[in-house]
Design a protein around this ligand. Structure first.
Ligand code: SAH
Length: 239
């Protein structure tokens, strides 16, 4: 039953069906209303409990971080293309990863896979310092400009291969990885503070498990959150 239903769902999404009426709103007031709806229906109703995460996602203007052609769909319940074959995650996944990072406002956080800059902006609302690294130079440049325009001052961007983390800024209280490797990169565990959380999708090309790896004084503790599907964590072609 389930196996038969999946290809259908795929075809529907490709055909642009299953997109709700909040998809096509475009005026500033409508964007705010769509954002409120997103928080209520996609996040709170599905179990996101951290009020700081819900508030952060009420504030960050997701429509200003997606390409112009995707603006009308910015608050839709799905990932969106952001160019260079990459995607911005579905809002629920951004919320779940942010919640799993357990941020109270004082933390130093690393994100691997800046993409549009949306997850980085949400993290910047939740923590004290955010470092975000993107392999694709065009995406990195666009996100940097957009995040500066939106006024995020507690955030630093870099172009490079995040597999190796950002050693100069370590240790991090949390690391959020938004592209999927097939194993946990050792450098990222190394760059976690004791007590720090690494939130990372791990698996093959088409499906992965979202893991929370917590560093303790004696090693690491690993917990599975949910099945997910991210673009692959690629390696730097120049290295
Ligand atoms: N967090 C993003 C979603 C990004 S999609 C957002 O909120 O929009 C994953 C991103 O990871 C892509 O932009 C991709 O180019 C980038 N990426 C893939 N491999 C990488 C690597 N090794 N280091 C850094 N970024 C990488």
């Amino acid at each position: 039953m389930r196996a038969a239903a999946l290809p259908c769902a795929f075809v529907l999404v490709l055909a642009g069906c299953g997109v709700n009426s909040h998809d096509a709103r475009t005026s500033p007031g409508d964007f705010a209303a769509a954002r409120e709806w997103m928080v209520r229906e996609q996040l709170a109703a599905r179990g996101i409990r951290d009020e700081r995460v819900l508030d952060a996602m009420r504030r960050v203007p997701r429509h200003e971080l997606v390409p112009e052609s995707q603006r009308a769909h910015a608050y839709a319940d799905r990932p969106l293309p952001i160019g260079e074959g990459q995607t911005i995650s579905q809002p629920y996944i951004v919320a779940a990863m942010s919640e799993a990072a357990k941020l109270e406002g004082t933390e130093r956080v690393l994100e691997v896979g800046t993409g549009s800059g949306y997850q980085a902006a949400v993290l910047a609302e939740l923590a004290s310092e955010v470092y975000t690294i993107e392999l694709e130079p065009e995406l990195a440049a666009r996100a940097k400009a957009d995040l500066e325009r939106l006024g995020y001052r507690n955030l630093q961007t870099r172009t490079g291969d995040g597999y190796a983390g950002w050693p100069e800024a370590a240790p991090f209280d949390a690391i959020v990885v938004t592209a999927a490797p097939d194993h946990v990169p050792p450098a990222l565990v190394e760059q976690l503070a004791v007590g720090g959380r690494l939130v990372i999708p791990v698996g093959g090309r088409w499906s992965q498990e979202l893991l929370v790896v917590t560093k303790t004084a004696d090693g690491v503790v690993q917990r599975r959150l949910m099945p997910v599907r991210f673009v692959p964590l690629r390696s730097d072609p120049d290295e």
